[in-house]
Design a protein around this ligand. Sequence first.
Ligand SMILES: [Fe+2]
Ligand SMILES: [Fe+2]
Length: 248
Amino acid sequence: MYSLEDEKRADAAAEPHPTGCPLGKELTEKLRLISRQYCEAEGGCHGPDHTERVHNLALHLGKLMQARLDILSGAALLHDIGRQEETRAKGRICHAEKGAELARKILKENGLPEEKIREIAHCIEAHRYRNNRKPVSVEARILYDADKLDSIGAVGIGRAFLFAGQVGAKLHNHNSNIDNTASYSLEDTAYREFRVKLCKIRDRMLTPEGRRLAEERHDFMEIFFRRLEREINGSRDSGPLADEPVSE
Ligand SMILES: [Fe+2]
Ligand SMILES: [Fe+2]
């Protein structure tokens, strides 16, 4: 089980996240700016800070797997630019498909060769792993993992509370029957998000490093929600947390 000691060891061993510019500084900044314009309107859990974290994670995974970092960088920066359209259409448009379409146009205007445009568009189109859009290339699998990793662990918890706040949900609802709770309701808490979606993510990773990081982040979420439960119940005990998983 993940502990504070593991966290300290990980901190000590961690190299700074690569935030290089495999596409060149000028083009990277241009794409970053374009991406920011699209994602700022969406804000909240899917604002430009999410894009930057996914970009860092994708480059980290990409370096370990000797993937094409230029493809990954472009794909990560533009991966959610279609989200605004999806929100506007109340989910009838898939933001991954829309994002790939927008990205093709942006990359063409910026003079990227057709082969790179195709590779980047594939990553964006497949980053949700839905229907017939599955990540085939190594870069697409990495982008999928990087995006998923940003929805779990400490960041995932933070994003889940941010979302709960946006829909006006309460702080915690451990005693509710999750099956009887609805999205966008008072019961759509961070804990519900953990039980319904986030706890399943570690089993869906597609790369070895993605799986390793997901395991760690998952353990941290388990500890966090047990601790939350303890504090909600008024416990003053700050001793070690039991190893059993968060109960249903
Ligand atoms: Fe997305
Ligand atoms: Fe995303």
